[in-house]
Write a protein that binds this ligand. Structure first.
Ligand code: HEC
Ligand code: HEC
Length: 284
């Protein structure tokens, strides 16, 4: 009995220390979850003739995104990230440069991923390292446009998970980077977060034609401001609006559908706090 009391006191004493160490180690299962709701595979998995993701090539790159080939993220030594350390991978998606000092370009979402907390970022990297290596050589697309300048990120604290709005903000902006599509671009070509949620960007629809990303702010009277939380969740995870009409399949509903219920609730709670913006403000 006395011994156990001693052991528990000892553990309690060292718990904070181990939390810090844990942040730089990460957790494979947690990383898998973040890769899913961070929709990494949406771009980093090649597609078949019907537009379906090829299972055997999951996260092995080879899809075109914004005119660039997506690299192989599996730990294959020659064609993937096999020779990169966990810290190299974290630096790549948070600070936007590779171990060979070349710059990673949009549409890779470094602009958003720079907000990943240490624990989350390391979890993603250890998960990628834990994958079975897939041999899939992808040519890096040559540099044509001017290179972006990313801030150097060395450490990001955990979001306050007890604060639902703060957590929802983190999930919306960083993890699931909804504003990549739902914010207009500023003069530097990067998303303008002073108009977060306004939408107004045009995307190719999978079946042909085009579709414009919706205004998620309360400034859109026909939008989510008039929907219940359950209806907003259904739109995000099933692609179905309250009138039962189907949304064009540009968002990765099936990946967002794997968001934990508490996380999804926090995300929706945060969307309710967006500054009201009207569509004509996109012309400014
Ligand atoms: C919108 C599409 C898109 C999404 C989503 C995306 N990526 Fe990327 N990613 C790219 C493209 C395109 C490149 C290559 C950029 C270049 O060539 O400059 C890239 C490059 C990378 C690289 C550099 C690898 C190398 O060998 O050069 C890493 C690491 C990476 N992405 C990790 C991730 C992670 C982790 C996620 C999810 C959290 C993710 N990506 C989500 C498009 C995407
Ligand atoms: C790849 C771009 C892209 C990403 C990423 C994206 N969306 Fe969308 N979203 C769209 C487009 C395009 C539409 C319009 C679809 C339509 O009109 O059929 C849309 C529509 C919506 C709608 C319907 C709103 C309405 O008024 O009809 C909601 C809600 C929504 N998105 C929320 C989100 C959330 C939350 C995220 C992040 C978890 C997200 N979206 C990520 C492109 C995107």
């Amino acid at each position: 009995m006395r011994l156990w009391t001693f052991v528990y006191c000892f553990m309690a004493l060292f718990a904070p220390l181990s939390n810090i160490a844990q942040a730089q180690i990460g957790d494979v299962e947690h990383g898998k979850y973040l890769v899913t709701i961070g929709i990494c595979e949406s771009c980093h998995t090649a597609r078949g003739s019907k537009g379906e993701a090829i299972k055997e090539l999951r996260l092995a790159g080879g899809r075109q995104s914004g005119g660039l080939n997506t690299p192989n993220l599996t730990p294959d030594l020659e064609t993937g990230l096999g020779s990169w350390s966990v810290a190299d991978i974290v630096t790549a998606f948070r600070s936007g440069h590779r171990p060979d000092h070349t710059i990673i370009r949009p549409p890779m979402g470094v602009f958003f991923y720079s907000g990943f907390s240490d624990y989350d970022a390391f979890s993603i990297a250890v998960y990628l390292k834990s994958l079975a290596p897939v041999r899939n050589k992808v040519e890096r697309t040559p540099v044509k446009a001017p290179l972006p300048v990313w801030p150097e990120i060395t450490s990001v604290p955990e979001p306050d998970r007890a604060d639902r709005i703060a957590l929802g903000h983190y999930l919306t902006q960083t993890v699931s980077h909804c504003f990549q599509c739902h914010s207009p671009k500023g003069q530097n070509g990067l998303p303008d977060l002073t108009r977060a949620g306004l939408g107004g960007n045009t995307y190719q629809a999978p079946g042909g034609g085009s579709v414009v990303s919706a205004n998620l702010t309360p400034g859109n009277p026909d939008g989510i401001v008039g929907w219940t939380d359950e209806q907003v969740k259904k739109a995000i995870t099933q692609g179905v609006r309250p009138d039962q009409s189907k949304m064009v399949n540009v968002m990765d509903f099936d990946l967002y559908d794997q968001m934990k219920p508490d996380d999804l609730s926090a995300l929706v709670a945060f969307l309710r706090t967006l500054k009201p913006l009207k569509a004509d403000e996109s012309a400014k």
